[in-house]
Every structure is written in structure tokens, then in C-alpha cells.
Design a protein around this ligand. Sequence first.
Ligand code: NAP
Length: 289
Amino acid sequence: MARTAFVGLGVMGYPMAGHLVKHGHEVAVFNRTFAKAEAWAAEYGGRACRTPREAAEGAEIVFCMVGDDPDVRSVVYGADGILAGMATNAILVDHTTASADLARELAQACSAEGKHFIDAPVSGGQAGAVNGVLTIMCGGAEEPFARAEPVMRAYGRQITLIGGPGAGQLTKMVNQICIAGLVQALAEAVNFAIRAGLDTDKVLATISKGAAQSWQMENRWKTMVEDKFDFGFAVDWMRKDLRIALEEARRNGAPLPITAAVDQLYRLVQMKGGGRWDTSSLIKNLREG
Ligand code: NAP
């Protein structure tokens, strides 16, 4: 059993940290809004800390799950940050979806102090976190990965070391590129089925057994028909992820014409007030616009 810390108890971090306790690990938590850390500690019995540094002190592995690059930097660096509290040889595992540049920067910052870093963004959404079945894409060295992997199994079903620092974040970009175009195609298909006057339940039951099947189809078709988007993976987060992927593509030269177009379609959803809606809300552009 490991001594761990978890920084960032949002939609994803809260249940992930809970799974660590359920699997017998010791967990100290930090959350910017302290009341959430207290609520978590009351529910799971771990220790709520006032600073990331305090949480990281004495931990063999420190997990982090915040928002974007600047948020990660704000909890890692500084006198009250994670790095200041981490012991030599301890491992920082960042589950935030962030840039590959940040992952390489943090790997260097940790290594300069005799500590380890693994970038480990996840896929599987809120349900994957609650049910402990996330897919985790990792970048880093083999030795710390071998130590962290059994602990991450508390909430991960598929956990893979893809390559060196940044490889996890790059893989998450590949994941989001796959999803962006697919969700727009799904939105167009659902809208087409409605306008054609088809029984959408029958259409779903049939084509989800054929070559058009996807996770998005099985999990989002019905709620798209019902115009329900108050759950799931927020459009604001998706735009952050697409920005990171588009920036990386500008550097490596990969053309992303569909991804760039879908990013702009998500911008239209934000302008409708849908920043916190699930990403399947792309259909709003078709049904109202
Ligand atoms: P969330 O519910 O908005 O939670 C964000 C967490 O980060 C909160 O605990 C927040 O603290 C903390 N935080 C944000 N900025 C901070 C800062 N500057 N300093 C300190 N703490 C800060 O987000 P989430 O849905 O859990 O997503 C977290 C990450 O996972 C994102 O990178 C997202 O892209 C990724 N992700 C999300 C999903 C999903 O389905 N939700 C799926 C895969 C990956 P407060 O409580 O004080 O606000």
C-alpha cells in the first residue's frame, strides 16, 4: 500500500482520490476550494491539507488533476507547491490534460531535484472516474512507471507507458482528434435522422450494431435526440484540449482541417452559453442555427 497525495478534487479528481482510499492507500488531499477537501475527507477518511506542499510531504506518489497548464504550474511550483513538499525519489503523476511542453518542463524540474515525473492524462470521462475504469496514457521513465502503475490501477483499467516525457499528453491529443470529428459527424447524423422523420430509437438500435458504431453513438445518441447536455465533458475543456492539439500540430506539421473546423463549431456552442455543456451539444448548431 502506498502513501499518496491527490491535488485537485474536481469532477474527475474527487472520485479518483476516493478509489485510492478504497484500495487501501493512504491519501492526503489538497483542493483550492478547501471546503471540497473537507467534504472529501469526511466522505473517505483521508487527510485534508491547506497547501499542495503539505499534501505532498511524506508521499511516495503525488497525483495532480487540475485544469490547464497555468493551473498545474500554480500547484507545482512555489514555496507552497507540490515540488517543495516532495521527497527525493518521490513521483509526481499529472493526470491533467495539458501540453506536452509542460510535461517535458516538469520532467526536467523533477529530475533536477532527484524526483520523478509521469504525464498521465486520462480518457473515460466522469463515469470512467466514478466507476474506476479510466484509460491512462503515460509518458516518462520505466522505473517510476512500474512503481506508480499498480497504484493507478485503483481507478484505471487500461494503463500504458507510451514513451518518454510528453508521450502521454501527445497520445491524449490523438484521442481528442479522433473524438472531435466523430462527434460532429454524429450530430449531423442524429439531426438528419430527425429531419427525415425516422424513429431514432430504431435507427440507433440498428446502426450501432454495424460499422458506424462508436462510444459516442452508444453513450450520446439518445441524449442528443432529447436535447440534454447538462452533464459529461464540458465544451470549455474540449476547446482547451483542441487548442493544445492544434498548437502541437502547427509545430509537427500534421494537417488537422476537420479538427480545426470542429474547434470553431465548439466556439459557436460557447457563444450560445454552452461552455459547460457536454461535447455532444454540437448538434445545437444544427437544430437551432
Ligand atoms: P473541474 O471539475 O473543473 O475541476 C478542476 C479542479 O482543478 C478543481 O479541483 C479546481 O479547484 C482545481 N483547479 C483548477 N485551477 C486551479 C488552480 N489554478 N489552482 C488550484 N486548483 C485549481 O475539472 P475536471 O472535469 O475534473 O477536469 C480536470 C482535468 O481532467 C482537465 O484537464 C480536463 O480536461 C481533464 N479531463 C476531464 C474529463 C471529464 O470528463 N470531466 C475527462 C478527461 C479528462 P476548485 O475546486 O477550487 O475550483
